[in-house]
Design a protein around this ligand. Sequence first.
Ligand code: 26Q
Length: 809
Amino acid sequence: MKNGNNKNTVIKQINEVLNRTFGKTIENATQNQLYKAFAITVKNEIMDKWAQSAYTTDDKRVYYLSIEFLMGRALSNNILNIGKRKDYQEACKQLGLDFDSIASREPEAGLGNGGLGRLAACFMDSLATLDLPAYGCGIRYEYGLFRQKIIDGQQVEYPDTWLEDGNVWEVERPEERVEVHFGGHIKESWEGDKLRFVHSGYSTVHAVPYDMPIVGYMNDRVNSLRLWRAVSPKRIDMASFNRGEYLKAVEEKQMAEVLSHILYPEDKHYEGKSLRLKQHYFFVSATMQMIVARFMKLNLPLSALPDKAVVHINDTHPALAIPELMRILMDEHGLGWDEAWDITGRMFAYTNHTIMAEALEKWPEQLFKQILPRIYAIVKEINERFCGMVYRDFPEKRNDIHKMAIIGYGQIAMAPLCIAGSYSVNGVSALHSRIIKEETFKDFADVFCGKFTNVTNGVTHRRWLLLSNPGLTDLITKNIGKDWISDMTKIKALEAKADDPKFLDKFDNIKRLNKRKLAEYIKQTTGIVVSENSIFDVQVKRLHEYKRQLLNILRIMYDYVQIINEPEKYKDAIPVTCIFGAKAAPGYKRAKVIIKLINDAADLINNDPRVMDKIKVVFLENYSVSLAQIIFPASDISQQISTASKEASGTGNMKFMMNGALTLGTMDGANVEIYESVGPDNIYIFGYDAETVQQIYKTGEYDPTVFVEQDYTLKTVLNMLIDGTLNPEKPYLFKEIYESLLSCKTGMSDPFLILGDFQSYKAAHDKIVKDYADRRKWNKMAVINVANSGRFSSDNSIANYNKLIWKLK
Ligand code: 26Q
């Protein structure tokens, strides 16, 4: 029996590793040792392929540069991708071990804030699976995104010590260390007819790479995620140490190493912090040096560099890779400006992820100059040549040059640098790409019309469906065969089953089991008992005003008031469990108050007997990749309710869809494409569209008081924010929220248009809850959603990136 053999091989391997590494056996190993033994065993299995993929080919590669990689746990994923899930499960069964509990010992690699970081992780998975040679490059943060606890309804942050107990997956490569220089002075000198730039008086930080394997699904490719760690070249200064100045002795060392200590927890909020600028330069400098050094081994002329490497810039954070390459080509390889710029201009592609003004990166010129004097000089030159080109070649745009300049008003703007220095610029959904081309970066698009393109985001169905929802995965495979797993477009065949009552019952049952699992988790972590028969209505994402968790909680409070006012009317209503998960940036006060509001409202509603358990409100703390893997499969309703035009794409929306949740959303980001895929009957759309929102911003015609005057219940709900109902001890807590919702002074009114969208949101929610009663019909809609989710696999996005932009192989 093949399977029996494989299972026994796994058992033998694990025993061996346990024995060699810990001097233990399966019988007496701790859970942590078991986890490590599993991980080492899997890693050993992929080592061969990793060496092959990483060090033997000269093919053109894509380097995906990102300040964030929100990877989540790797063990189950890697086992899935090498095709040995069954072997490991059976081995565990035979040994009396609980595989999931062992896998949950792995600390999660949470090196990202949200969508942008998770997208980078999904893309790494698809790149390997599509057998494309790729490197992910970023920072090996010692502390990932903070762990969130909710204490007395409020967010409290704790450090994420994910590396404390070691990281089985990483391989340190000290032999590939490079130097990164900060500060100092630049001297110009003529060497024959060449102007040379000599950098002196700088301080040095060593960048040491740590590689993690990225395993392709059922193929021979294992790519690398290369994360750089900052190490000081200095040992402790023994002289100061001996004088008893311990602090001073370690100070310099720590100043250097702090660069890779912590992930900034701000998501879409830029602040000109010098440490952050240093982090950006640190990892892009190390990466660009590595790329050029690797290329030099091929003994080709430097002009061939773009045939061997393409560098993808994930938002503007790695923008300095552009001037850094210029520096390496000119200062270290003696190229002239034009030659270096020609190479550079063929190497970079840039993805924009947000149009929110406060997220657009700009650095104070003085700070920049001081920290990166040589890079500053290069950026200045790029700016002058770029503005000169526009002046010369586009006389009609002369009056717009100040809007496009890279340097101006004492600041250096990163998006213009990326656009000027890349051959491709893309947005992350059809709507978003249109907005950046026609509005945000319109002037650039007039100048470089061919550069702008769209690649809609996607998510890896291997993690978000196969791993997270094995029940649904099996059901799909039993009905349409297994081809869809390697080609997600084939999942469309499932639509043929959308009218099959037997199939729908099975589908319904799988959802129920997933809900049971989540209900258990909720009970364990919050003590709240929720019914698996209730509708699981879910909003999980970063806490941001534009994402409008506030709209959701106000609507819940509205339902609450309706139920206590007319209990008779609601006594047969299907109960709804409203689930939130959201981290707020630690310094984002309004976001934190909204978390408090959700929790205070939850307390009030969950403990009011008049509600008859018709509504439960649950705030799950520490929303993370692993928690998301439990939530999506158990969800009925996917809340995607951003103010239209604000959410560039969203990717949670896609994960819900794949798991058969129905979208309740605005026409924003990729919701628009989900709508096109499933049709108007299988999605719940409400609210202003992007054009109307823009119109309101332009005219300022928005008066929220009108909506309140028309609706007495809404008035009651808003009053609850200020009359102490929610928090009798601190009735003032939510006063500012109340005022922001109602303010209509010119230029001061609520930019998220919450009350403007309220009524249509409430109506859409009432309809979705009503429709749930017809379970056959509901499940049919859900199946149609799953069947049409194929285009949202990141395999599709990556295939598009490659076809349109990278052109590998
Ligand atoms: C920049 C400079 C200084 C400090 C912070 C930042 C910063 C950090 C994180 C700016 C932006 C981010 C994150 C942006 C982000 O996650 N955007 C999301 O990207 C997803 C993937 O494309 C989209 O699906 C989401 O719609 C978009 O909000």
